[in-house]
Design a protein around this ligand. Structure first.
Ligand code: RB5
Length: 156
């Protein structure tokens, strides 16, 4: 495992998948923090609120990584990527899950609960947690992302 502490969030569309993944993660040697939305909440909630709670913790290095679930994964990734040091990736297959780690050093996995079969989504999470970043020339490219953040005045 390349993450020892992982946070997980969802909006209303991702609640069922979040519950399944929290169960999965609790069987692994990982400390899991469920940051909402609470299972009991019946109302519609806004994905940027939950993406922000999780991404702030990753940005401040209070968590190693995280998983964010909404209907498509797209809104969560858009909001989370506004936080410095956060590399949120929407993935939809074994391949994209693995590549987001090997090449992009993603630290936030975004899943679309309405776009994925939940058992496949669980497999994508396992792959993501077990895949190392390859570094080397990929590190140089990731460093360029950090440079863009700095150039645009996005600092912690
Ligand atoms: C909620 O209906 C939906 O818009 C949200 O879950 C997500 O898919 C946004 O990107």
């Amino acid at each position: 495992m390349y993450f020892s502490t992982v946070g997980i969030v969802s909006d209303h569309a991702g609640k069922d998948l979040k519950r399944l993944l929290v169960e999965l993660l609790s069987t692994m040697e990982i400390q899991v923090e469920d940051l909402g939305v609470a299972w009991e909440t019946e109302a519609s909630v806004d994905y940027p609120d939950y993406a922000g709670i999780l991404a702030a913790k990753i940005s401040q290095k209070k968590l190693d990584g995280g998983i964010a679930i909404c209907g498509t994964g797209i809104g969560m990734s858009m909001a989370a990527n506004k936080y410095p040091g956060v590399r949120a990736a929407v993935i939809w297959s074994e391949y994209t899950s693995r590549m987001s780690r090997e090449h992009n050093d993603s630290n936030l996995l975004c899943l679309g609960a309405r776009a994925l079969n939940e058992h496949r989504a669980a497999d994508f999470v396992k792959i993501w947690l077990e895949t190392p970043f390859l570094g080397g020339h990929h590190q140089l490219r990731v460093d360029k992302i950090t440079k863009i953040e700095k150039k645009n005045g996005i600092h912690i």
